[in-house]
Design a protein around this ligand. Structure first.
Ligand code: SF4
Ligand code: SF4
Ligand code: SF4
Ligand SMILES: [Zn+2]
Length: 518
């Protein structure tokens, strides 16, 4: 990346060259690749902090000012002007407070700094952005026919989604696919509806099957190392949509960009998400920097989610453990009832597990390890020895239906004695007897297939009915009722949903109850 700064035009240059005045930019002392604009409200907030700490109000509170976002857990950033660092804004988790440091040696803050004009940013980066636009649109056009599957724009309500939508409109005119995790800011949901209406495109709004706080009761709050809700509230609705309406799979145009995180740097322009196996994800703005993104938005005069102007850097779920601390402040300002509900649930959960209120207010809850101060409740067999394990399972018939997915020829015998159903199931590797709620498994537990039998028992036991596993069956044979899942008679016994090919397909079984605390 060649990010530079044009001293004449006072704007960042994504190519390191100014297409407005023809100058080569000066190199920037960046701490990360993220160079973003802040708008009037955030400038005002920085000025308030600077006034409190240093009796200065340096930002113009108009046009835009660029910041270099640091890769920390909170919203820490450096304000740039004339290509140099002038202020650093930090949140201290320890003191639960924001502060401003003056970075330049001779600050001339008697007057306000210049800031950057959006029209100038566009002109200074125009040739590059035009080039990226053509590449992005032609990739979408190519993918619309290449895979023979219906194409959707994955719309999250953020600026990157707005760009891919605009590029897609120029190429093919596809519908919008919006996973409403039910954890969105209300502004995001409204903005998505407004966009669909304004452009007259079809909007598919997908909702999770399970309530976030209902799963929270079992798993505890999500944390950075344990983002169960991404599976249950984001990927599961997608899988249910694909298995119900698009059995051949879908192509999703996604606004992921390389520079957003270290993890994303490894991604490819066309790939698949392990948790949404029957969809192909195409990332037409993968190589775009933040300067490209904002230049394009200002060039095309695209509307953006109003939350950016309120200071949000990334649009996403309001309770996300990946959010920077400023998101919770903004949430409190815009929707105090949502923040109060989140914090009171976190405080109640923390109290039960030995964390004080400070753990919540300082944002340390976001870094909880799944086993930290949580009493594990794994599914322990009622009795076990080397070759036999006996489990108590409320719904053994669901487990029997899942056994088909193991790709094993089964010999199944069913009888009823004194009104009690009795099952005898045999395969080459195991034998299972079921009497009422008692499930007895016999076999060599070091054997992979026998091990999978135990995992299926755990899956039935821990099932929350989220629906993510439905996406692993290409034939729509996993059926979810209100009372959780079962496998249809038409199952082809291909093994794709049982973890035989893709690895574990149920996050609750994956953590083997390690995240369960009740
Ligand atoms: S809150 Fe965060 S981790 Fe949970 S679904 Fe939303 S983005 Fe994913
Ligand atoms: S088995 Fe697991 S993945 Fe499937 S619906 Fe139940 S909880 Fe979700
Ligand atoms: S993926 Fe579908 S067809 Fe294959 S084993 Fe699972 S339920 Fe049966
Ligand atoms: Zn210039």
């Amino acid at each position: 990346m060649l990010l530079g700064w044009c001293p004449e035009c006072n704007v960042p240059l994504a190519d390191g060259f100014c297409y407005k005045c023809g100058r080569v930019g000066k190199p920037l002392p960046l701490k990360s690749e993220r160079l973003l604009p802040i708008f009037k409200d955030t400038q005002k907030w920085v000025n308030n902090l600077a006034e409190q700490d240093h009796s200065i109000r340096p930002l113009p509170e108009k046009d835009v000012v660029f910041i270099n976002e640091l890769r920390f857990s909170n919203r820490n950033f450096i304000v740039m002007e004339e290509g140099r660092e002038i202020l650093q804004v930090d949140f201290s988790g320890e003191h639960n407070k924001w502060s401003v440091k003056v970075l330049c040696e001779n600050p001339v803050f008697e007057d306000k700094i210049r800031g950057s004009r959006t029209e100038t940013v566009v002109e200074a980066n125009l040739d590059r952005v035009d080039r990226l636009e053509k590449l992005g649109s032609s990739l979408i056009e190519e993918c619309s026919s290449k895979f023979g599957m219906p194409l959707y724009v994955s719309f999250s309500g953020g600026k990157d989604s707005m760009i891919i939508f605009d590029l897609a409109l120029k190429a093919v005119d596809p519908p919008l696919l919006f996973v409403n995790t039910q954890l969105e800011f209300p502004e995001t949901v409204n903005f998505t509806h407004e966009v669909a209406e304004k452009y007259g495109v079809e909007l598919f709004e997908l909702l999770p099957r399970k309530d976030f706080f209902e799963i929270w009761e079992k798993c505890g709050p999500p944390a950075r190392s344990h983002r169960w809700c991404c599976k249950t509230n984001k990927f599961a609705p997608l899988n249910l949509f694909i298995s119900k309406d698009n059995p051949k799979g879908i192509v999703r145009i996604v606004g992921t960009r390389r520079w957003e995180s270290v993890m994303r740097m490894q991604q490819k322009v066309i790939d698949r998400n392990k948790w949404v196996p029957h969809s192909i994800a195409v990332h037409p703005i993968f190589e775009w920097t933040d300067v490209d993104v904002w230049s394009y938005i200002w060039k095309e005069k695209l509307s953006i989610n109003p939350l950016y102007e309120q200071g949000l850097v990334r649009i996403g779920c309001y309770p996300c453990p990946y959010a920077e601390m400023s998101r919770f402040e903004i949430l409190g300002k815009l929707h105090p009832e949502l923040l109060d509900n989140l914090y009171s649930r976190l405080i109640a959960w923390g109290k039960k597990h030995g964390y004080d209120e400070e753990w919540v207010r300082s944002g340390r809850w976001r870094f909880r390890k799944i086993d930290e101060k949580v009493k594990m409740k794994e599914l322990v067999p009622c009795s076990s020895d080397k070759d036999t394990r006996i489990y108590s399972l409320k719904d053994p018939e669901k487990f029997i239906s899942l056994l088909k997915t193991l790709k094993q020829p089964l010999d199944v015998k069913k009888t009823t004695i004194n009104g009690k159903k009795i099952w005898q199931i045999k395969s080459k590797y195991f034998s299972i007897s079921i009497i009422g709620e008692n499930v007895s498994v016999r076999g060599n537990f070091k054997n992979y297939v026998v091990n999978r039998v135990c995992r299926l028992i755990e899956r039935v036991y821990f099932c929350m009915g989220c629906g993510i596993c439905t996406g692993f069956c290409p034939y729509g044979n996993i059926h979810l009722t209100r009372n959780k899942l079962h496998v249809k008679k038409s199952c082809l016994q291909c093994g794709k949903c049982a973890g035989m090919l893709f690895g574990e397909t149920c996050i609750f079984a994956k953590y083997r109850g390690g995240c369960m605390n009740t």
